[in-house]
Design a protein around this ligand. Structure first.
Ligand code: ADP
Ligand code: MG
Length: 718
């Protein structure tokens, strides 16, 4: 007997070997992206028609959404008074006639008058019109001559010229042909049993041709689990490989020993405040990573204002303490420069032994490198870096250019990871000329839900700063929906300014064009200067300004020489001016939750009470309304992240990083949260110390099948 058929086998067989697939159908399948039998088997139904829920026309309840099964008895079309095309079809079942009216769907006339159309499934809300039951723009699926309690409806494009039953028949053919040998199941029995999952073969049968909706759900669960398991296996494997195959640096974490004994302790003791419990836990977690010979690869998640900077500086100084260097990479120049300022201020006069100098010591030296750094300064920074007299280098992408050579890079902190790609992380990891790999700490102020973090950052360990420093008064958030309410916002700005505080005004986001966005910011400035905020010192900050001008404006604002900063979203991340207490966001409905949360985080950073005003009319989309209401309701970033995930689905968190992965066909990070966690646990278990997949060759082969290029390249490298 031959071995069961694997996914790899199926991926190697073309659909042209199916009966009924000639050159024309082949072309149609190709349009749908279906070339192999595996593509076909994983082309899952989009919807199911469940005959057990069928309603009869005569007894269908008014105002309810119902499913009607029937046949077309007549079709006609005409134009309405305002020029719209209106197609009217009468559909009949054993009990009566239902009138279906379609607006702006001229093609329906052709579709519904086809002689071979057969049975139709109509789904919609029953209304009464001229004493007749009718539906407006119902969902229509062609059942044709298909029987069975549940009928699958496949996603198709008109261009393919294929019908949903053709696809269904081919799938059935594949499953029939697989029946003898069976479809291999790579997941160990024990795992399946403990999670209550059905066998893969039965899952494929059940998702394509379920006997009941319950059958479909259990089948779907199994296939969802498989998708998530493959993803988690690749992430966990990547993490283990990194650990196994790279030579890390054993950092000097104690209070004694190293090149500069007690440096970190001295720094922490010199802070004007006590660390929060969360900061202490984070530092301890990071320290234990740093002390290991395996490179750290950790994500530090913390809401805006949770105090990530101190944690990061402690890690950077740990490198310095052991005679190495630290690097901090930020996504924008404004942020890099600001980090430079705040890290220098934090470190203050912490100094290190330097027997070669007159005093026998020198301050910890912090260098800055961005695209703004002028040639001469750049040469100096690079030389000092190579020789080791710069201890900590802060900058933008400029840090990872080839010319940048560290003497000995020990710890890398990457701020706002979502703006950087995996390649950039890899570039920093290989910055040392010997083969040692620095420890990497990724910081993000955009909280993401736990299960999403497991997926998007699944190859990182995660530390969460889940506590804000004491003494923060929560920010009060308002939604100004009328012009009267907007006027209150400007009053608030004026009164806060006269009390000695400062404000931000964020201008409408214009996705299509930065130029338009700048124009609108300039216009806003003029208007506010003339009317609402006349007499106040206003400054403008936008993405098209020269770097020097940006820097100057930021400095003026920081120094209190400007009362109000009118800006585009360049201030979104990380800008830290504790004296600013009001954030006004214009056309707030255009921003996503994460952005709004970031923007709001710019105020309430000092001891004084902070305010955030979201300006948007009450006539916004339902989603925008949900976003604004969530912002008013809570300041908890993790709660907002859950709302965001619910509203927008995985697009929010997957983003760039997951673009190449197309293996998540069925699984949804939102709906299938529970499965994400289970798949993660199984993956960790199966991979063990990193060699686990060798005992599960089928899973290994499947992984190779679905990995994207980036992952593949990665596996080759290691
Ligand atoms: P994040 O980067 O996480 O948004 P920061 O590191 O910029 O937060 O810190 C926000 C503010 O809180 C800074 O002004 C910082 O000085 C202050 N801060 C940080 N940790 C503490 C603490 N333990 N106690 C009091 N203030 C703190
Ligand atoms: Mg920060």
């Amino acid at each position: 007997m031959k071995a069961p058929i694997t996914l790899t086998d199926l991926a190697g067989m073309g659909v042209s070997r199916l009966q009924g697939v000639g050159p024309k159908k082949l072309k149609g399948l190709e349009i749908l992206g279906i070339e192999s039998l595996l593509d076909l088997l994983t082309h899952y139904p989009r919807r199911y028609i469940d005959r057990t829920r069928e309603a009869k026309i005569a007894s269908s309840a008014l105002g309810e959404e119902v499913l009607i099964l029937g046949e077309v008895s007549s079709v006609s079309s005409r134009r309405t008074r305002n020029g719209k095309v209106m197609v009217v079809a009468d559909v009949r079942d054993a009990t009566g006639t239902l009138r279906c009216t379609f607006f702006n769907q001229a093609w329906r006339e052709h579709q519904l008058s086809s002689p071979h159309i057969g049975e139709l499934a109509i789904f919609g809300k029953i209304e009464m019109f001229n004493a007749k039951r009718q539906m407006t723009n119902p969902v229509v699926d062609l059942v044709g001559t298909r029987t069975g309690k549940i009928v699958s409806v496949y996603p198709l494009s008109e261009k393919s010229g294929l019908s949903t039953w053709e696809v269904g028949d081919w799938v059935a053919q594949v499953l029939r042909r697989c029946a003898d040998r069976g479809i291999a199941d790579p997941v160990p029995e024990t795992v399946l049993r403990s999670l209550g999952l059905v066998a893969r073969q039965s899952a494929f049968a059940g998702i394509h041709a379920p006997e009941s909706m319950g059958h479909m759900v259990t089948s779907r669960d199994r296939l969802v689990f498989d998708e998530l398991l493959r993803l988690q296996l690749s992430l966990v494997q990547r993490q283990r490989d990194l650990e196994r195959n790279s030579l890390g640096i054993v950092q000097q974490v104690g209070d004694s020993g190293g090149a500069v004994p007690g440096l970190v302790r001295f720094f922490l003791d010199s802070l004007p405040y006590e660390l929060t419990g969360a900061q202490q836990r984070a530092i301890a977690e990071i320290d234990s990573d740093l002390a290991r010979p395996i490179p750290m690869h950790r994500l530090l998640q913390g809401d805006v204002g949770s105090g990530k900077t101190v944690v990061a500086v402690s890690a950077l100084l740990t490198a310095v303490q052991g005679g190495h260097q630290g690097a901090l990479m930020a996504p924008t120049e404004v942020l890099a420069e600001q980090h430079g300022t705040s890290v220098r201020a934090l470190i203050g006069d912490v100094s290190i032994d330097a027997p070669e100098t007159l005093l026998g010591s020198r301050p910890v030296s912090v260098g800055l490198l961005t695209n703004r750094t002028r040639a001469a300064e750049r040469r100096r920074v690079l030389a000092n870096l190579a020789e080791g007299s710069i201890d900590i280098l802060i900058g933008t992408h400029a840090l990872i250019q080839d010319a940048v050579q560290f003497n000995s890079l020990g710890v890398v902190v990457i701020d706002e990871q979502h703006r950087f790609g995996v390649e950039q992380r890899a570039a920093l990891r290989s910055a040392n000329s010997d083969s040692t790999v620095p420890d990497v700490l990724v910081m993000t102020a955009t909280p993401i839900p736990r299960t999403a973090a497991m997926t998007v950052y699944g190859d990182l360990d995660v530390t969460v700063l889940d506590e804000l420093p004491p003494g923060r008064t929560p920010i009060e958030t308002m939604w100004a929906a009328s012009s009267a309410e907007e006027e209150t916002a400007w009053e608030l700005v004026r009164s806060q300014v006269s009390a000695g505080y400062q404000s931000y005004v964020v201008c409408p986001l214009i996705e299509e064009s930065e130029k338009l966005e700048v124009a609108s910011a300039e216009e806003t400035l003029e208007r506010l200067a003339a009317v609402e905020l006349s007499g106040l010192r206003l400054g403008l900050l936008h993405g098209r300004m020269a770097s020097d001008d940006k820097q100057l404006t930021m400095e003026q604002f920081r120094a209190g020489k400007l009362d109000v900063l009118i800006a585009t979203t360049v201030i979104e991340v990380g800008v830290d001016v504790p004296n600013a207490t009001v954030m006004v966001i214009l056309d707030a409905d255009r921003f996503g939750i994460a952005q709004l949360h970031q923007l709001r985080g710019r105020v309430g950073r000092g001891g004084a009470r902070g305010f955030c005003v979201l300006v948007a009319t009450s006539e916004v989309t339902a989603d925008a309304q949900a976003r604004l209401e969530a912002m008013v309701r809570t300041t908890d970033g993790f709660e907002l992240a859950e709302v965001d995930l619910d509203l927008r689905g995985e697009g929010t968190v997957m983003g760039e990083r997951q673009k190449g992965r197309n293996d998540l066909q069925l699984a949804s990070l939102r709906r299938d949260r529970a499965w994400v966690e289970k798949a993660r646990a199984v993956a960790v278990d199966l991979i063990g110390d990193g060699s686990g997949l060798e005992q599960h060759p089928l899973l290994g082969a499947e992984l190779a099948l679905v990995l994207d290029d980036e992952d593949r390249e990665f596996l080759h490298k290691s």
